[in-house]
Design a protein around this ligand. Structure first.
Ligand SMILES: C[S@@+](CC[C@H](N)C(=O)[O-])C[C@H]1O[C@@H](n2cnc3c(N)ncnc32)[C@H](O)[C@@H]1O
Length: 400
């Protein structure tokens, strides 16, 4: 361990292995809590216990560690859908600056993909860095893989909670991240879906605190945006009734207001950062994504009491729901066009199954809906509003 690296930590770790620092957190309790607080239309996680979560994560690392490293290390904006900002001139400049300075940098909420670290290390493999995450077990597994495949790099690992960083004030010139604040933000139940930046004050102020004056936080974070035309929304409403047969004008207006109310820019500025760059990359939601978003929004905000039928309606195409209601047998459902459209998405070998009752098909579809794996072939209605999922790159400076 170099003294240079150890000097950033302000308290003793629960365990230290070489230059790796492990601080105990409540991560495992949080995973357990998530297991018991799922919404009814998304109540199947790939794991059913904490033990399984860790085992799945370990096998994920085993399968994907090298691919993930290579994808980032050799990636371009064209080959990296999650990093369209690789071509952004200010990003190229600041990553070259970090690489050129050669000073220790810290990546947060790194997971085994290690956030922005591969993009910096490809410019200068000798820069020392810490990659960190609240998930201690993942960081320990990552250490094994670093040892095995990338021993030539000066990558240390650490485990701590970004809401309480065990790091001295003004000690780092650069902190980097991909989805770091979005992931570690403490959301209240009501805002699990909407406002990625809501509740992020603590994490942002921790990052600000540990940075030196004149230092930078370079991060990519997620948020939402919307386009809307109130007159068109009302016109659509008066012609077609509720949106998708489910949502009222008030609910739509409430979504729009919430989306516009909170922004990363405001949250970063409130902490004292100077925003040198905010570059947004928009993905316009398809109709099925929009429906799922509206479901989660109204569900978590307790805006309506959902019945199973309404949830199914929300997740299947309107045509398919109508066909299911009309059909007298399983075969009638299986052979209708609306089912074939959904079926190709589901990808299950339903057609080969013999002796299915109508209720079997409905139950099967309902299972797919609940597992979150169904998305029908939705047409895009002109509803007067669009929601966008946004990935935004920020270059933030702590003033001199
Ligand atoms: C979406 S991943 C981040 C992606 C990753 N940076 C990358 O480059 O692919 C979210 C990570 O945040 C971590 N995380 C969640 N809450 C955290 C917290 N409070 N402090 C630190 N890490 C946290 C999770 O363990 C998870 O590994």
């Amino acid at each position: 361990m170099s003294i240079h690296q150890a000097a950033i930590f302000n308290r003793n770790p629960d365990e230290m292995v070489g230059s790796d620092y492990f601080y105990r957190t409540n991560f495992d309790e949080t995973i357990n809590k998530i297991l018991f607080s799922l919404n009814p239309a998304n109540n199947k996680l790939p794991y059913s216990s904490l033990q399984e979560y860790h085992e799945l994560k370990d096998s994920d690392i085993k399968r994907n560690f090298l691919d993930s490293w290579n994808q980032r290390f050799y990636g371009t904006a064209q080959t990296s859908p999650y990093a369209p900002w690789l071509d952004e001139p200010r990003f190229r400049e600041i990553s070259a600056q970090i690489a050129g300075d050669g000073e220790l940098f810290l990546d947060i909420a790194s997971d085994f993909s290690m956030g922005m670290a591969p993009y910096i290390l490809r410019l200068n493999p000798d820069v020392p860095c810490y990659v960190s995450d609240i998930d201690e077990r993942t960081m320990r597994t990552l250490r094994e893989y670093l040892q095995k495949y990338l021993p030539e790099y000066k990558i240390s690992v650490a485990s701590f909670d970004n809401n309480d960083m065990p790091i001295h004030d003004n000690s780092l010139k650069y902190v980097t991240s991909i989805d770091g604040v979005t992931s570690s933000t403490q959301k209240s139940d009501e805002y699990t879906v909407m406002s990625y930046c809501l509740g992020s004050e603590k994490v942002i102020s921790e990052i600000y605190r540990i940075l030196k004056h004149g230092g930078y936080f370079i991060t990519c974070e997620q948020s939402f945006d919307c386009d809307y035309d109130l007159r068109e929304i009302y016109e659509n409403y008066s012609v077609h009734g509720k949106l998708f047969g489910i949502y009222t004008c008030d609910e739509i207006q409430s979504v729009i207001e919430d989306i516009l109310k909170y922004s990363w820019k405001d949250a970063f500025e409130a902490a004292g950062f100077e925003i040198e760059l905010e570059k947004k990359y928009h993905h316009r939601y398809s109709e099925s994504e929009l429906k799922q978003f509206m479901f989660r929004y109204t569900y978590y905000n307790k805006l309506r009491k959902w019945t199973d039928t309404e949830i199914a309606l929300n997740y299947l195409t309107t045509e398919l729901v109508e066909e299911i209601c009309r059909a007298k047998s399983a075969n009638e459902i299986l052979s209708c066009k609306a089912f074939t459209n959904a079926w190709t998405m589901i990808g299950a070998n339903v057609a080969d199954r013999k002796n299915l009752e109508k209720t079997d098909v409905v139950n099967l579809l309902w299972e797919y809906v609940k597992s979150g794996s169904t998305s029908g072939n939705f047409k895009h209605e002109n509803t007067g509003f669009d929601i966008y999922h946004v990935n935004a790159l920020y270059v933030l400076k702590k003033p001199e």
